[in-house]
Design a protein around this ligand. Structure first.
Ligand SMILES: N[C@@H](CCC(=O)N[C@@H](CS)C(=O)NCC(=O)O)C(=O)O
Length: 291
């Protein structure tokens, strides 16, 4: 192993703004808004403020799945929140999510608007509101919720741990990469063994557990995350691969992955979604051709 760092923590931590690495511009040790900015409101019952990251995509897949089931009350406007530019610290966004992270949802279908933040809470809220993708019988429901919360607890090790130190940290720290690679491979094995027992994560039915886990671990298996497919030997997780391929065939998954996306093929980016027809007319390739 390479030499350990000489860093000795001081008695009291202080904020070294110059040492924030790739996210130095937005990371800070305090909460609350940095500036006044109201959020836009569209015409649909649900207003989503998000970005096409794995956490954001969970919600857009869920909304597209609900619409595909004919739940018209799930019509939504998806507004782009540019977290690289600090939009998550605007006063309007912070009022919807005091934690300043995408995704955040406002349900404006009732007399009083209801705010929901944390992607797992949003999936659960929508599943209960529309009676879909969450089993009602106690045993499969418990299994679904167990895997939903498994994702919420596990992904920070993948993103904030492995992804951060493997791809984003200003220096490559062997100890950190090793520690989190081990944990992420353990998580992939947990999921792989489970998917060796049943077609979907929670059993025979497609649920919000699949919708939550797919953008993170399906994405990792398909090589979309951190350029780490070879490093983590993701092809070895055969059941995860089978499941990810199966989900990728779903039209709602394909659409959900396009919403609020700001990178990749222009035809795959629908930066904001305000109408179902936007998938045909407002992707970046069409916008570029029209201008
Ligand atoms: N546990 C949260 C995590 C959300 C999250 O980390 N969002 C990231 C993008 S994927 C974000 O908004 N980051 C902005 C920031 O940290 O300032 C959830 O699942 O909703």
């Amino acid at each position: 192993m390479s030499e350990p760092s000489e860093y000795v923590p001081p008695k009291v931590w202080s904020w070294n703004k110059a040492n924030g690495g790739r996210f130095a511009k937005t990371n800070r040790p305090i909460a609350g808004p940095t500036h006044e900015k109201e959020l836009p409101i569209g015409r649909h019952p649900l207003q989503l403020y998000s970005l096409g990251t794995p956490n954001g995509v969970k919600v857009t897949i869920m909304l597209e799945e609900l619409l595909a089931l004919g739940r018209n009350g799930a019509e939504y406007d998806a507004w782009l929140i540019d977290i690289g530019e600090g939009d998550q610290f605007g006063s309007g966004f912070v009022a919807v999510n005091p934690n300043s992270k995408i995704p955040a949802l406002m349900d404006r279908s009732g007399a009083q608007p209801i705010r929901v933040f944390e992607s797992g809470a949003i999936l659960l809220y929508l599943a209960e509101k529309f009676g879909a993708f969450l089993p009602t019988e106690p045993a499969p429901r418990a299994e679904c919720l167990s895997w939903l919360f498994w994702q919420m607890g596990s992904a920070p090790y993948l993103g904030g741990g492995f992804g951060h130190f493997y791809a984003y940290a200003p220096t490559k720290i062997e100890y950190a990469i090793d520690r989190f690679a081990m944990e992420v491979k353990r998580q992939l094995d947990v999921l792989d063994r489970r998917l060796g027992e049943s077609p979907y994560v929670a059993g025979d039915a497609y649920t919000i557990a699949d919708i939550a886990i797919f953008p993170w671990y399906g994405g990792l298996a398909k090589g979309w995350q951190y350029g780490a497919a070879e490093f983590l030997a993701v092809q070895d997780y055969k059941h995860v691969q089978r499941w990810a391929d199966m989900l990728l065939e779903r039209p709602a998954v394909k659409r959900g992955r396009m919403v609020n996306r700001t990178s990749g093929e222009p035809a795959s980016q629908l930066r904001e979604r305000h109408d179902a027809s936007d998938f045909e007319t407002k992707t970046q390739d069409k916008i570029a051709a029209a201008s």
